[in-house]
Design a protein around this ligand. Structure first.
Ligand code: SF4
Length: 179
């Protein structure tokens, strides 16, 4: 269902959806599909999506595959450094349900238990056509004001924090970022 937006929100979301800087957190095998998506064959920039090297300037955090619990901690730090509004794309089945690593002791199965995912790109691994189609869907969601994972993270912070702590343990709160 389309959300009611004020005139200002409509304009802001229309502009946001057409100018997205994306930070790649390439954890898994799927990262290999990004170069063709970014370069001349599929040309992601024609949609206004460009790479960004730092979390503070990025709008999208793209996580390309399985996450070990060790890596999850870094992903949470990265996400928390980004300025709202910000969007997470889970790329590959491993972010959605654990994929082929679903029963590994060292990886997580469902990324959106820990951080809010706005769009999943299913597949092992998704091809560039699927990635481009997913980006277009994300742009439409932003345009309609429905990509609100960053708001859900703020509103349900205690729930996310509890899940993060149960996956990461005490080490999560005794480190250089959270002391
Ligand atoms: S979904 Fe497939 S390609 Fe992507 S990280 Fe998992 S195993 Fe690798």
């Amino acid at each position: 269902m389309t959300k009611q937006q004020s005139a200002w929100e409509k304009v802001a979301n229309m502009l946001r959806a057409r100018s997205l800087w994306m930070l790649y957190y390439c954890t898994g095998c799927g990262a290999i599909e990004l170069p063709p998506t970014m370069t001349s064959r599929f040309d992601m920039e024609r949609f206004g999506i460009s790479p960004m090297a730092t979390p503070r300037q990025a709008d999208i955090l793209l996580i390309t595959g399985y996450l070990s619990t060790k890596t999850l901690r870094r992903v949470i730090y990265t996400y928390e450094q980004m300025q709202a509004p910000k969007y997470i794309v889970g790329f590959g089945s491993c972010t959605l349900n654990g994929g082929i690593y679903y029963d590994s002791y060292a990886t997580i199965n469902k990324l959106d238990l820990y951080i809010p995912v706005d769009l999943y790109l299913a597949g092992c691994m998704p091809r560039p056509e699927a990635i481009v189609s997913g980006f277009k869907k994300l742009m439409e969601k932003i345009d309609r004001g429905e990509a609100d994972g960053w708001k859900r993270y703020q509103e349900n912070y205690e729930w996310y924090k509890k899940n993060q702590l149960s996956a990461l343990g005490e080490v999560y709160i005794h480190d250089e970022f959270h002391e």
